[in-house]
Design a protein around this ligand. Structure first.
Ligand code: ARG
Length: 465
């Protein structure tokens, strides 16, 4: 039998069925909101006092009990019972055990679990967002430092996963940083929207007790009470947006994770993972596996599932509160937990992996990746690009048929392909020349990479060592 019928017992003559109590129960996952629930109640009794429903002595007595309860929750001395339905009812039981049913029974006036839970999930997620932000900042810091350390080392740049044009390793690494910077901006903007207080909305229509919701909002460090009590209790767009940003972070990590898995293969041999951040095989003694990168990639799938499930729960829900909304919590808890589990390991793996820059350099001119440089060199000789493309195409076909590289074509052979291909074209047939020439805004040339590093340090102060 469930105890929580204590919250509504008056109208009911029979006890709740066991299967229903088991279905209803959320305390096994919402217990993590306990300290936020206590903070909400401490704020609420200030509003009750201001409106004259509690006198000073009563408020002080309840507040002391709540502070003690908070300690007992933190130390594990006070825990939910199997008969407690949710975190709110468990903590109300705890408070009543400490101050008695008469005083403890006054606290519930003017609020509902509907406005309570809508507030708690916001302040909980704001804290999780701060923790996630810290982890993402560490990764940004590590990547920016790596970009500095490998400032002018080339690697093959790819499109369609084929060799395309040489780029700097630093440029490629920073390409993984910018999306993360935007994720942090998204989190900051999300926080502005999340920082409104549903408290005072009651079950859905507001309260007739003339409680000042500003008192609660301020005590919880939020911007202001929400303007519409129905919206306050029934909307979960803020929760869904958190889930989306979390999913995007996971997706951004997964794209880099996928590259690291490929880079660590014998065929690529671009990176060597540190022992502490890779695993062995139970049967194949030679194996060193990129499990951290694989789990990062795998977590993205799980997190996308959390987001999708949450959106499906919200779809077509009529206003105002429906119990379906209890299903909003586990997905976002899982997203925050998964990110906070993944990020430190992923960042550690990235910080400790060793780049085989010699191998990357050797391959960076493979696949005729300097062909665009030849075509652009012809354009600089005032040949229309259409013709330049055609001539360069012939040059590539010629080199390919001989099994040689573009810079191995002789002056005579150049001339036989086109009169425009004078020996001067050789100046762009080097990887370093190619990279140096791409010096326009956002390009891979060293000065543009340095621009990015200084811009990142201004945007994200933590990235300066
Ligand atoms: N456990 C509930 C939830 O997470 C709290 C609100 C319950 N409200 C209610 N009317 N039963 O949504």
């Amino acid at each position: 039998m469930s105890d929580s019928s204590g919250l509504w017992g008056g109208r009911f003559s029979g006890a709740t069925n066991d299967a229903v109590a088991a279905l209803s129960r959320s305390v096994h996952f919402d217990w993590r909101l306990a300290k936020y629930d206590i903070a909400g109640t401490r704020a609420h009794i200030l509003a009750l006092k201001a409106a004259g429903y509690l006198n000073e002595a009563e408020q002080v007595k309840i507040d002391k009990a709540l502070v003690e309860l908070d300690k007992r929750v933190a130390s594990g001395m006070f825990v939910a019972k199997p008969t407690d339905e949710d975190v709110h009812s468990a903590l109300e039981r705890g408070l009543i055990e400490m101050v008695g049913p008469e005083l403890g029974g006054k606290v519930r006036a003017g609020r509902s679990r509907n406005d309570q839970i809508a507030t708690l999930i916001r302040i909980y997620l704001i804290d999780q967002a701060t923790a996630i932000r810290g982890e993402v900042l560490s990764l940004i810091d590590v990547l920016t430092t790596l970009a500095e350390e490998h400032l002018s080392e080339p690697m093959p740049g790819r499109t369609h996963f084929q060799h395309a044009q040489p780029v700097l390793l630093s440029h490629h690494l920073l390409a993984h940083v910018w999306p993360l910077v935007r994720d942090l901006e998204r989190l900051a903007e999300w926080k502005n929207r999340a920082s409104f207080s549903p408290y005072g909305a009651g079950a859905l229509a507001g309260t007739s007790l003339a409680l000042d919701p500003n008192i609660v909002s301020e005590a919880l460090g939020l911007t202001a009470p929400m303007a519409n009590s129905i919206d306050a209790t029934s909307s979960r767009d803020v929760v869904a947006e958190f889930a989306f940003i979390g999913a995007l972070i996971a997706i951004n990590l997964s794209r880099f994770a996928e590259e690291i898995i490929i880079w660590a293969s014998a065929e690529f041999n671009y990176v060597k993972l540190a022992d502490a951040f890779s695993t062995g095989s139970s049967i194949m003694p030679q194996k060193k596996n990129p499990d951290v990168a694989e789990l990062t990639r795998g977590k993205a799938g799980r997190i996308i599932g959390d987001l999708t499930g949450l959106l499906a729960t919200l779809k077509a829900l009529p206003l105002a509160y429906n119990r379906d909304l209890q299903e909003d919590k586990e997905p976002v808890f899982d997203i925050a937990d998964s990110l906070l589990l993944t990020l430190p390991a992923f960042t550690g793996m990235v910080a400790t992996m060793e780049f085989n820059t010699q191998r990357m350099e050797e391959l960076s001119s493979a696949g005729f990746s300097l062909a665009t440089d030849v075509a652009e060199w012809l354009v600089k000789q005032r040949i229309p690009f259409r013709e330049a493309h055609e001539i360069t195409g012939k040059l590539v076909a010629f080199a390919e048929s001989r099994g040689i590289d573009l810079n191995e074509v002789s002056d005579m052979e150049f001339a036989s392909i086109s009169n425009y291909l004078t020996p001067e074209v050789r100046e762009v047939l080097t990887v370093s020349g190619s990279i140096k020439s791409r010096s326009g805004t956002g390009g891979t040339a060293v000065p543009r990479v340095l621009d990015q590093i200084s811009a990142l340090r201004k945007l994200v102060p933590n990235t300066s060592r």
